[in-house]
Design a protein around this ligand. Structure first.
Ligand code: SF4
Ligand code: F3S
Length: 107
């Protein structure tokens, strides 16, 4: 099992999640974070830290967002590790809970 970051993180990227991870498995891209599923130990510490509920256990992924497991796996191999909270994008609030943000994901 692993935890997965889903669509709502795109363009919000609050980073509240990163500092609680005991195994530093968060990776940062330009406007989204992912979790490395090979490193995640399923401790669940990060899930309640996200203010917009973007982090989900893979068992709880719906058909609609199950493709985010592959996206987390693929991009975690490419992006650098992030372990410290940083300032969110200035327009993050405007993007909370917006649908169909996947096209805006910058790889
Ligand atoms: Fe890190 Fe635990 Fe979250 Fe996995 S569940 S990403 S190990 S904090
Ligand atoms: Fe994204 Fe939530 Fe973390 S918005 S960066 S998963 S705190």
């Amino acid at each position: 099992m692993t935890y997965v970051i889903t669509e709502n993180c795109i363009k919000c990227k609050y980073t509240d999640c990163v500092e609680v991870c005991p195994v530093d498995c968060f990776h940062e891209g330009p406007n989204y974070l992912v979790i490395n599923p090979d490193e995640c130990i399923d401790c669940s510490m990060c899930e309640p830290e996200c203010p917009i509920d973007a982090i989900v256990a893979d068992d709880d992924l719906t058909d609609e967002n199950k493709h985010f497991l592959e996206i987390n796996e693929r991009l975690s191999k490419k992006w650098p590790i992030i372990t410290e909270i940083k300032e969110a994008p200035s327009d993050a609030k405007e993007w909370e809970n917006k649908k169909n943000k996947l096209d805006l994901l910058e790889e």
